[in-house]
Design a protein around this ligand. Structure first.
Ligand SMILES: *Cc1c(COP(=O)(O)O)cnc(C)c1O
Length: 497
């Protein structure tokens, strides 16, 4: 062997040849990104991507190296200018959190340490345990419960429902699977439930048909009487009801089910009570709003996100499970190569891989831990109240405007409304509002999304944004009215009634 690498050694590595050069590039990156965040308000919320930028992502597989500074230039040119928009003060589409500058830095530190958080005797395990303990306290959930950080609400629901299925099955679910059961297992939730619950039912092999979607009341919370009747009917059919999913903040309107009522029902019927509190669970942080999610603390499992209403950078969600043995019993599988030792690297507390699906796991906990320390939990409570007050403000502006119509009650931080004109019939109103939404986004003025309620197309603003100010909401109202009138005047919609 005659190695002829420039270092004089035969080995290659991915470390920089010139650390000082990378150090100065790294400093530049941090500086640039902090400026980028500081000036976010000055840019459009979202911009359509030009064709030449799209084409830049059709490059052949790189075979030989490029200079980091050139790669970074590519990023600045083609990637950085075309974000989702959610870090902007006027982004209120779907339910998407804002992130924070310190959270960004925490992500960098986590990536630098690059620990595998599946287990091991290491500080990251203790950081995650502490974050879980804090989460229980924040939600008023029992302190003996177990928990796991996951990548979001969808996974958090899947983990919770996997534990529910394991706990309530007639057979040893891990050995027999659903092939071993004789009675179809059914679960219950309202029609307003997020699609991730249905997806979980599919992935768990229960089938979406086994998820019984029950009608809601006027306020979009589940009709508990109808729910109880559905359970009864299924029992009479010889099926096996096993779980109820309660909503703490529905995706469409932020409606909150009567969680105490559902807890009572589950207790009486011996059913697992899971709460999807993706964003609404965090209302518990506010002394003023806490009452809305009362009963959540009685759930057998709770799923919620930290990247939505805690504004932690993507991605991080959490599942809490009341019974640690049942939680661990659902997932723990320890082959020889993962066996724990009394001392050394594999010692330490129960590895998180025994509480979920993933074995190798990232250090998501660090950004949560650092952010909670940075701001203190009370500030998050105040920001959540601020967002709820802002949603109320939008609702008031809508209700006092002749051109706008409120479509649903606003119990939390979500406002569903539309541009209205008495001259238009329902299909024309739908078309007008759809066009209005797209123009609003394309202008970069604000991002909302749409949904359908009572068959009506509506504009939907969900405020999980710590950068939003009243003036941003005033601008929204002003833009929506101007765009709506403009579309009307153009005759875009066609024949008025
Ligand atoms: C966002 C959301 C989810 C899914 O969470 P992800 O973090 O996007 O996976 C589930 N339920 C509700 C009510 C949500 O708002």
């Amino acid at each position: 062997m005659s190695p002829d690498h420039n270092s004089g050694y035969p080995e290659e590595s991915l470390d920089p040849q010139d650390w000082d050069e990378l150090r100065s590039l790294g400093r530049q990156m941090i500086d640039d990104m902090l400026s980028y965040l500081q000036t976010v308000r000055e840019r459009p919320v979202w911009s359509p991507m030009p064709e030449d930028v799209r084409a830049a992502f059709q490059e052949p597989l790189p075979r030989s190296p490029a200079k980091p500074s050139d790669v970074y230039r590519d990023f600045r040119k083609n990637v950085l200018p075309y974000p989702t928009g959610n870090i902007h003060p006027r982004f209120w589409g779907w339910v998407i959190g804002t992130g924070t500058p310190f959270g960004m830095l925490a992500e960098m530190l986590a990536a630098g340490m690059n620990p595998n958080c599946g287990g091991f005797d290491q500080a990251s395990t203790l950081v995650e345990r502490q974050v879980i303990d804090w989460a229980k306290e924040m939600l008023g959930y029992p302190s003996q419960a177990s928990g796991l950080l996951v990548n979001g609400g969808s996974m958090a629901n899947l983990v919770g429902l996997a534990v529910a299925r394991h706990s309530k099955a007639d057979v040893d679910m891990r050995r027999e699977g659903l092939q071993g059961i004789s009675r179809r297992m059914t679960l219950y939730s309202s029609v307003e439930t997020h699609s991730s619950v249905s997806k979980a039912a599919e992935i768990l092999g229960l089938g979406s048909q086994s998820l019984r979607l029950v009608k809601t009341r006027e306020d979009f919370s589940v009709d508990i009487k109808a729910l109880a009747a559905a359970i009864q009917a299924d029992r009479e059919e010889g099926l096996k009801p096993f779980c109820v999913v309660g909503n703490a903040g529905t995706i469409n309107t932020g409606a909150i089910d009567d969680l105490d009522g559902l807890a009572d029902l589950c207790q009486k019927e011996d059913l697992w009570f899971h709460v999807d509190g993706a964003f609404g669970a965090l209302a518990a942080l506010s002394p003023r709003l806490r009452e809305l999610v009362k009963g959540m603390e009685r759930a057998d499992s709770v799923a919620f996100d930290l990247h939505k209403w805690m504004y932690i950078p993507y991605d991080v969600g959490c599942t809490l499970v009341r019974s640690e043995p049942v939680h661990r019993g659902t997932f723990s599988l320890v082959p020889a190569y993962l066996a724990r030792t009394k001392r050394g690297t594999s010692a330490g507390p129960t590895p998180f891989n025994e509480y979920g699906i993933e074995l190798s796991r990232s250090f998501k906990a660090l950004k949560v831990w650092m952010s909670l320390k940075e701001h203190g939990v009370d500030k998050y409570g105040r920001l959540i109240e601020q967002n709820v007050d802002q949603a109320q403000y939008v609702a008031e502006r809508v209700e006092t405007s002749r051109e706008l119509e409120l479509i649903a009650p606003v119990p939390l931080n979500v406002v569903c409304f539309r541009f209205f004109s008495p001259e238009l019939d329902e299909p024309a109103l739908d078309r007008l509002n759809e066009e209005l939404l797209l123009r609003l986004q394309e202008r970069g003025a604000a991002v909302l999304n749409s949904t359908k309620l009572h068959g009506k197309y509506c504009l939907r603003a969900a405020i999980t944004n710590h950068r939003t100010r009243r003036e941003d909401l005033d601008l929204l109202i002003q833009e929506v009215i101007a765009l709506g009138k403009g579309i009307l005047d153009e005759g875009f919609i066609g024949n008025p009634r």
